[in-house]
Design a protein around this ligand. Structure first.
Ligand code: NI
Length: 186
């Protein structure tokens, strides 16, 4: 089921997420719904708060980008990351233009670590550890931020943010358009 995506300004996106205690039909359904919602919106990552939930879960379509060894069975489809923790970040950083399904029509250059190491549970709740660079590292950092209540626009300069202030205020008041379903609090 596609779930309307929460917009910047929605309190659930600032609240942070909580670790998932264990597997359940509800969690599996949430993951299916998040993958369907991400695909429906042509996104490459989606975090639970973006669909109004507080579980520490994100989904991402990284399969083609990550060189796994060995290749996990789910690598050909969007992956679920449960209780993810970034356990290492490279000091080397890079700039890349980011956007977010919760902030339609805004993109900004964001500086992030080039490589990260992540621990998480896969959707069968098996512990995993992954070291990635490039686009996967960027998507994962962006999505983990969502689980902490952080947006990519929090990571740009105060000057750039000031230029976006009016547009962000409009989005927060529900004035946003997208070709996917949005959840408007007002
Ligand atoms: Ni986002």
């Amino acid at each position: 089921m596609i779930i309307p995506i929460r917009l910047y300004g929605d309190p659930v996106l600032r609240g942070g997420a909580e670790d998932v205690a264990g597997d359940s039909a509800e969690i599996q359904q949430l993951i299916d719904d998040m993958i369907e919602t991400m695909r429906g919106a042509s996104g490459i990552g989606l975090a639970a708060p973006q669909v109004g939930r507080t579980e520490r879960i994100f989904v991402a379509d990284l399969a083609a980008e990550i060189q796994f060894e060995p290749v996990p069975e789910e690598a050909s489809q969007p992956m679920a990351f449960i209780n993810p923790e970034i356990v290492w970040e490279s000091e080397e950083e890079g700039d890349f233009e980011e956007g977010c399904l919760s902030i339609p029509d805004i993109t900004e250059m964001v500086k992030r670590s080039e490589r990260i190491r992540l621990t998480y549970l896969d959707r069968r709740f098996r512990p995993q550890e992954l070291e990635v660079g490039d686009l996967p590292a960027r998507v994962i950092q962006h999505e983990v931020d969502h689980l902490e209540g952080i947006f990519f626009v929090d990571r740009i300069s105060a000057f750039r943010r000031r230029l976006l202030r009016r547009k962000l205020r409009e989005i927060a008041s529900g004035k946003a358009e997208a070709d996917y379903a949005l959840y408007r609090i007002l």
